[in-house]
Structure formats: structure tokens, C-alpha cells
Design a protein around this ligand. Sequence first.
Ligand SMILES: [Zn+2]
Length: 195
Amino acid sequence: MRTAYAFFSGLVLGAVTVLMINPSRAEARKRDDVLPPSRPVTAVPLSIQLPSGLVMPVLGIDPSQLHDNFDGLRSGGRVHGALDIMAPRGTPVVAAVDGTIQKLFTSHAGGITVYEFDVPAEKVYYYAHLDRYADGLSEGMHVSAGTVIGYVGTTGNAPPGSPHLHFAIEQLMPEKHWWQGTPINPYPLLAQASR
Ligand SMILES: [Zn+2]
């Protein structure tokens, strides 16, 4: 008799517990259906995949906005050997290709910079004058094309009133030193529109 009672009260208790839990779950489900998603939907412009296989390294830049300044002369008679992409300070800078963050380096000329190797480690992609790095960016990290790695700024020798990304591509030497390569003009690779 006691056993039966214990069994029966157990059933009742179980049923009460189910009743207590279930309405709240059902309510939560209903609320999820009715309310808009809790995560804010911000208008982040998508990165543009170009016919060259590269992704435009500055978000929101159209290929038609670029101007070839690869051969421009710089101080000391040096050739620029890169592409300057003008953009408002703080505009996200994204990896142009899948690859590895090889070096995070701060220099007098380049300011806050990123050196990224592509996956076969044939080329190094250089992003300079950054305002800051993306949170959590670290050396050795694998990034996909389009991953935010930093933000446009004027660190280094960029004029404070002309924030831009200094973007360079170099063919690596057999030694694969991140600081050593043969410059390739990024302009034809980025200026070709995707449509
Ligand atoms: Zn430059």
C-alpha cells in the first residue's frame, strides 16, 4: 500500500513539475516567434569578391574608386610599389585572400601593419597605416578572405588628414621572409569590376 502511494504521489509530483515547466517553455517559444531577433542587425557592407580572386581589402570601396599609384615616387626616390586606397578613418580592412597572419609589425613609415601570407606562402599581402588591429588578431592565425583584420587610419607617415590603406602585394623569395619580396601592382587585380 505504501509502495503504491509512493508511486502514485510520484506520478502526481511529476505531472505537476511538467505542468510547471511546460507553460513557460511554450510561452518562451511564442515570444521568440513574435519578437524580432534580439541581435541587432547592423548594415555592414559586404566584401567584394573580384575576378582576380582577391577580395577588396577595404569594405565599401568600389573598384571604380581606385587610382593606380604603384609607380608614384616617394621620399628618397623610392617607388611606391603599392596601392593607396582612400577611405574614412575606421573603415574595416579585410584580408584580401585566405591566408595566415605572418607578422603584426609597427614601423616608422607603415605605422600599424599586418603581413599576411597566402595559403601556398607564395605572396605576402601588406596592410599599412592601420588605425588599430581587429580584436583578437594574432600572429599565426588563419584568416579567410573577407575577415576583418583592422581599420583604416593614418599611423606611420600617412598625412593625418588623408586616412587610407597602403596595400602591397609581393612575390616572396625562396627564404619566405615576410619583409622581403618583389612588388606586384595590386591595381589591375582590384580595379576590375565584378560585373
Ligand atoms: Zn602608400
